[in-house]
Design a protein. Structure first.
Length: 722
């Protein structure tokens, strides 16, 4: 049998009825064209074909006349939609590190605006797209709205003939909840024969990860999309189904994606260039698992491109924060406990700058970024040295984008605060700094540098504890009332790019009130990211379940024994979730109490499993969501996650019984998805330590039955090829 290549990438251009371009990444194909002054989408396929493989009587691609907005990007400047009158400029194509990067330049015939359309093909089914927008005028121009990627996705002819009467053509998957502590609650809904929008961080709260999944139930295509943007955003889907036979019974699906907020989003000065957020979009012929694996492969190749500062991959962390007394005795107690449990990083969380017994004021004292000498008379040096002596790296927490009301800087610089549309400090967030102000951005950069350099940290934890900022701030600029989101995140990205370049040896962890800033643009700057501050079962499983759809597991932080997570669920229910991410260990016993040897043995067992069994195969692993959709904020029934090595030699399955056991059977059968049917495996049931050998065919076809009698308990299955 001929060996199948691991990867294929290609970009082909042609001058047929205008300029055409075809992107091929593996078997995923996406095509666009400049036709009569409009740059339009010509659609996707998942079988590797360019549509021009047939040219007579016409090239089979999307009929752009069937779409009200076929345009592959959308741009509105000074209230004028620039969807037509484009003229082709230069086209550039380069190949670096196994990826093709193209740049198509378009000039507008009416407005002095140039657009450079960037696309990256990396061999996964997911492409990356962003725009550069250049104002060539001698006066400022207001960027009212922009969609870096939009247009027709597909047309399905005679769609009703594929489905039972009354069935819907598309299901749309997204994160259903926008609020703190509810991250990752994935939900399928029916896409109506109408226009439907999903928003976050402006029209809704900020804890909805910006992603979507679209499944065509008639012809099998599955689209996956994520927007790399931490400000307000909207995805809009327009499904136009012919129900009466007037258009060959066709259904036409279009979309748009991009930043959202009060207009204008950005003011471009004379000659200024700005870059839009990047949209990551692709298509596979398959199901949800296939789409998730495709997106994870893409993220690993094209988003997380900075090598880990930790030689063994994702480290086990532990720390101490303001949920307990943070006096030096407690810090050293927790430090020794962390080392005994196998932690590899120890950090001091929020509160290290507060006076003794003032830990509860951590939120109000941010902005004073010096160690309190009453709390730590000798600074953090002795703590750092002890961590190193015990074989751990040392880290510190910081929240530099906000200053508390009890900090000196709050009263010294009221002009540094973000001002809303009423001219007041942003509602509910009085200390939010205006990073769009270069002076403020410089101060923030100096404070981060100070903490990293002066305290000699190996690990840096960045937090962002703000509420729902809705419209955010604004600034009057060149007679426009400009929304502050765009400039804020321009400076945020610049600062983090600078910090990562200056401190490549430091591990950077993203933490934003939990999962308030998990988009691909933000997490690209970090080695891993905190996805929630909610650790209580059963909702904790729903969060682990959903956020491992959005991001690869080795980049996701999960905590055990912290943030009150110990109050619900048995210990193994709490512990085993960290095997599907990167473990952080909280407090297991307070200062002055004897160590619970049984509890410590269970924790150490899971840490050892992570280090020796799971972590070696987690980079590049495949994760399978056997129960992707959770019911309710506190989920019921069963939750099942499977993590398998890419070569199918090892796997783990976490089986979690959730709440409401009266309505669900006490047994569940799991058919493995990540194993090879032609091999045999040693299976271990972790609850009782039982072992058995089973043929792969039996595991994938017949499955493994697990029985759990009560709610909030779990079983862990381990598989290893023999």
């Amino acid at each position: 049998m001929a060996k199948i290549p691991e990867r294929f990438i290609d970009v082909t251009t042609a001058n047929q009825s205008g300029f055409r371009i075809g992107f091929r990444s593996g078997l995923t194909v996406y095509e666009e064209a400049l036709v009569d002054g409009q740059y339009v989408s010509l659609g996707w396929n998942g079988a590797g074909y360019l549509s021009s493989v047939i040219t007579k009587p016409t090239i089979p691609c999307l009929d752009i006349t069937k779409f009200a907005e076929p345009h592959a990007f959308q741009l509105n400047v000074d209230g004028q939609s620039l969807s037509s009158h484009w003229i082709k400029g230069s086209f550039e194509k380069s190949e670096v590190h196994g990826k093709i990067h193209t740049v198509l330049e378009l000039h507008h015939a009416v407005r002095p605006i140039r657009v450079r359309i960037h696309t990256i093909v990396d061999g996964s089914p997911i492409l990356t797209r962003w725009l550069e927008i250049i104002n060539q005028n001698k006066i400022s121009a207001a960027l009212s709205s922009v969609s870096p990627w939009s247009g027709g996705m597909q047309s399905t002819k005679h769609w009703q003939s594929y489905l039972e009467s009354g069935s819907s053509l598309y299901s749309l998957g997204y994160m259903a909840d926008t609020h703190w502590g509810n991250e990752g609650r994935f939900q399928w809904i029916t896409l109506p024969n109408a226009t439907l929008s999903i928003s976050g961080r402006y029209l809704r709260d900020r804890f909805r990860h910006p992603m979507f999944v679209l499944q065509n139930h008639a012809t099998g295509e599955l689209f996956m999309g994520q927007l790399g943007w931490s400000g307000g955003y909207t995805f809009a889907f327009d499904l136009n189904c012919d129900l009466m036979g007037q258009d060959d019974l066709s259904a036409h699906l279009a979309f748009r994606s991009g930043p959202d907020g009060p207009e204008p989003l950005r003011v471009l000065g004379a000659g200024e260039t700005v870059q839009t957020p990047a949209m990551h979009l692709g298509m596979v012929l398959g199901g949800l698992d296939d789409g998730i694996q495709a997106m994870h492969d893409h993220i690993r190749r094209s988003v997380f491109t900075t090598p880990s500062a930790f030689k063994d991959g994702a480290p086990v962390e532990s720390g101490i924060g303001p949920e307990v007394d943070m006096d030096e005795a407690s810090v050293f107690h927790q430090l020794n406990m962390a080392a005994a449990l196998g932690a590899e990083v120890f950090f001091i969380d929020a509160g290290w700058y507060t006076p003794p017994r003032k830990e509860s004021e951590w939120h109000s004292r941010v902005g004073t970024w010096t160690v309190d000498t009453d709390r730590h008379p000798n600074g953090v040096g002795p703590i750092r040295e002890k961590a190193h002596e015990l074989g751990m790296l040392f880290g510190m927490w910081m929240e530099p984008e906000r200053i508390g009301t009890l900090s000196n800087i709050f009263s010294e610089h009221p002009d540094w605060m973000m001002k809303d549309y009423r001219g007041q400090n942003v509602r509910g967030n009085p200390g939010l700094l205006d990073l769009g102000n270069p002076t403020v951005a410089h101060w923030v950069e100096e404070q981060i540098t100070h903490v990293i350099v002066d305290y000699q940290v190996d690990f840096f934890r960045l937090d962002y504890n703000i509420g729902d900022i809705q419209a955010g701030g604004c600034t009057i600029r060149d007679e426009y009332i400009e929304n502050n989101y765009w400039r804020y995140y321009e400076q945020f990205d610049r600062i983090l790019t600078e910090m990562r370049g200056r401190f490549p040896h430091v591990i950077f962890e993203n933490c934003a009130s939990g999962g308030g800033r998990t988009d691909l643009a933000t997490v690209a700057h970090f080695n891993h990211t905190w996805v929630t501050d909610w650790q209580l079962a059963p909702r904790s499983f729903s969060i682990t379940n959903g956020m491992t759809m959005a991001l690869p597991p080795e980049y996701i932080d999960r905590l055990v024994a912290g943030q009150s997570g110990h109050v619900s669920g048995d210990l193994n229910f709490q512990l085993r979730q960290v095997l599907f991410g990167r473990p952080t260990l909280g407090q297991f016993n307070p200062l002055g109490s004897p160590m619970n040897s049984l509890q410590m043995a269970m924790v150490r067992h899971v840490v050892d499993l992570y280090k020796n069994f799971v972590r070696p195969f987690m980079p590049g692993s495949r994760i399978y969501h056997h129960t992707p959709e959770m019911t309710g904020a506190e989920p019921t029934g069963w939750g099942v996650l499977e993590l398998a090595s890419r070569d199918q030699s090892k796997a783990i399955v976490g089986v979690f019984r959730l709440s409401d056991t009266l309505r669900s059977p006490k047994e569940i059968t799991i058919r493995m998805r990540g194993l090879n049917s032609s091999h045999a495996y040693r299976v271990r049931w972790d609850n009782h330590g039982y072992n058995a050998e089973r043929p792969g065919y039996s595991l994938t076809e017949e499955g493994v039955c697990v029985c759990l009698e009560s709610a909030l308990t779990s079983e862990l299955l381990l598989f290893e090829r023999v």
